[in-house]
Design a protein. Structure first.
Lengths: 130, 130, 130, 130
DNA sequence: GTGGTCTAGACCACA
DNA sequence: GTGGTCTAGACCACC
């Protein structure tokens, strides 16, 4: 299997701004290990051509990911996947999920939907995935 | 006890736009039954004064809720809580939750977080709420 | 004395990019307390007109300061000085100074300049300021 | 003992551009006396091979150092460490340090950090180095 | 009016 | 070629 390691899809339907769609997908790809530390990423201009967006939008996405520690970029050289503490990132993600679930549970409560029902929804997913 | 049926809190910290903070809380109040069908809501001007925001913001919120079927505005009379098919709304909300959970599970998978762990997070919440 | 609380000077001589010159000066102003928490900052467009730069450059500066926790900005409302943990920021600044001094001392060592001489330079400053 | 007089380390982590990392280290080596006046430096190509960078980058570094008076390049012969007025260079460096310290002290003042505290930081360094 | 996003295009330093 | 900065101008959502 020889293909692009990076398949980024931008949807105009998605209300998220482009740069967020890009960072979200790249963050996941890096976290998942689809991109190994040190690997060179497409240059800003390449990526811009490929996704048919402005280089500035890609720059914005790369810049955000750099601030988050997912990649490092050096003028004249390009951008590279950063050495990442996978455990730290996983823990951070779990924390985010916990907050999201809590928010959902709270809002569900107002509609008379108990947490038990949310649990049931999660279990449905587990079964579907089997 | 005759008091405000409606306690809406707008926070500047909350990144959500004001009109969304308002609709979210009113929707929950109506769904929860805190506001009974037919009940008269404060006029746009009253509400605006009370929350110290622009009437335009309230108009936007009422308009959104009307489009969603939660209230009815009669020109010259005011706005009233709509008669609501509680079951229909609950079912709709469950569907929304299902989609959100699926989205979370998908993104979590990229970080090596299995659905079982999400289930665990939900269970933690159940215990905490007891 | 009634004047602008914010005097920002941009120099074309300065090799730092404009947005950094702006953030540096605003950060100092906020840290110093010249701007109180909650105070409204000039809008992006106002500031841009005043400094005769593009609104995007100001946006960049405000965005950086927001990520650093110095201000919060809400669409449609404007930008406001954040409630700040002054102690935390002071400690961070001391850490940065420590690193800078260490770097200077290291580079000075190569020229045969001992730390004692750096100390003497600092003392000169103390006397001058009296 | 006949070994490399010049150990230059280029780091990808270091945000400084490569040419600066090189000039900084060579300048220090010359100022320190590790390279004696008249000594022949590796040719641009040699150096480039050794550091695994482009000859253009080395050319830029050598050129910068020549402009600063640290080395002399004779076409066809190579590059040589310049005869240096060590005192003059030391004095210049002290001046630079004085300016940097003044800048740091000024910025620190905005955070309520007195010069006395900077002095303390310098003293900590002195102790650590003993 | 406010901020948020995106584009097209320019100029610069770095390799 | 690379990334970094800045401009001018457009369109959108929010208030």
């Amino acid at each position: 299997m020889r293909g692009k390691a990076l398949h980024i899809a931008i949807s105009k339907e998605n209300p998220d701004p482009m740069h967020k769609q890009i960072t979200d997908q790249m963050r996941d790809a890096i976290a998942k290990g689809a991109l190994s530390p040190g690997a060179r990423l497409p240059s800003i201009r390449e990526m811009a051509r490929e996704l048919a967006v402005s280089p500035i939008t890609i720059k914005r996405a790369y810049g955000d990911l750099e601030r988050e520690g997912y990649l490092i970029t050096r003028a004249g050289l390009g951008s590279f996947v950063a050495g990442i503490d996978r455990e730290r990132i996983r823990a951070k993600k779990v924390g985010e999920i916990r907050e999201e679930i809590a928010r959902i549970a709270k809002s569900a409560g107002a509609f008379g939907i108990p947490i038990a029902e949310i649990r049931r929804i999660v279990d449905e997913l587990r079964i579907k995935r089997r």
